[in-house]
Ligand binder design. Structure first.
Ligand SMILES: CC(C)(COP(=O)(O)OP(=O)(O)OC[C@H]1O[C@@H](n2cnc3c(N)ncnc32)[C@H](O)[C@@H]1OP(=O)(O)O)[C@@H](O)C(=O)NCCC(=O)NCCS
Length: 219
């Protein structure tokens, strides 16, 4: 039987390999799950149908933390005349659409659910990209919370003839995982496996607090 029991100081949590069953009211204050049990071997993962949980009165099934490496997304776009304005520079709105798309792929890869864009931080267009040049986008998960997550996107331009590259845009986007009814659901926690990721999560939490303050002020 692949069912295992893991004892912790405060609770006993039964898991199917790859999943942790969390009793009601046990979510952590930080917004992302306690990572002490994250060492369960992924090769043994058995998906549990969600209906089992409601049938047996189990409150929450929290997927194991996942590394940001598993959801990095890279996209390359060739700038064509239909992407550009009268000056021959790519439209800001076109870059924003690619940024949203690239980040959404990362969010859904990581979250394992549909994810909607909830917030896009300020965007600054540093240098233009012209028709005939190339836009590179790279999206990486930086922090997860309860049902939301932050994705960082860096955009660079490239002149294919000279291979010269330059920074174009840098953005943070917040996505919320939703279920089939459009209700926010628990996001897969980000695996904190290094000091760098710890800092990334902390900085993401600071930016999130700032965003929420701004949103409340504007309501
Ligand atoms: C995003 C959305 C699902 C949030 O729904 P909601 O009923 O407000 O849900 P909640 O209040 O429970 O918040 C859910 C999460 O969204 C986050 N959130 C909500 N508004 C936010 C904002 N302005 N900035 C950052 N995060 C926000 C909350 O912090 C919460 O995250 P947490 O669980 O990690 O703490 C809902 O507002 C929505 O559907 N918006 C439209 C999304 C959309 O159409 N996007 C464009 C196309 S993809």
């Amino acid at each position: 039987m692949l069912l295992r029991t893991i004892a912790t100081e405060s609770q006993t949590v039964s898991t199917f390999p790859g999943w942790r069953w969390q009793p009601p009211g046990k979510s952590t204050d930080s917004g992302f799950a306690d990572q002490s049990l994250e060492k369960v071997d992924r090769r043994w993962v058995l998906p549990i149908p969600k209906c089992w949980c409601s049938m047996f009165g189990m409150a929450t099934v929290i997927p194991l933390p996942r590394s940001f490496r598993e959801s990095v997304t890279e996209m390359t776009e060739y700038v064509l005349p239909q992407h550009a304005n009268a000056l021959g520079n790519v439209f800001g709105g076109q870059i924003m659409a690619w940024v949203d798309l690239c980040a959404a792929i990362t969010a859904q890869r990581h979250g394992g659910h549909m994810a909607v864009t909830a917030f896009v931080d300020d965007l600054m267009f540093e240098h233009p990209v012209k028709v005939g040049e190339v836009v590179h986008l790279r999206a990486q998960l930086t922090a997860t919370f309860r049902t939301s997550m932050e994705v960082e996107v860096t955009v660079t331009g490239e002149d294919l003839r000279t291979r010269r590259r330059w920074p174009c845009v840098h953005a943070f986007l917040t996505f919320v995982c939703i279920d089939d009814q459009g209700k926010p659901v628990q996001v897969t926690p980000l695996l904190i496996d290094s000091e760098q990721m710890e800092k990334s999560q902390e900085r993401g939490a600071e930016r999130r607090a700032h965003r929420l303050r701004r949103t409340i002020r504007n309501e």
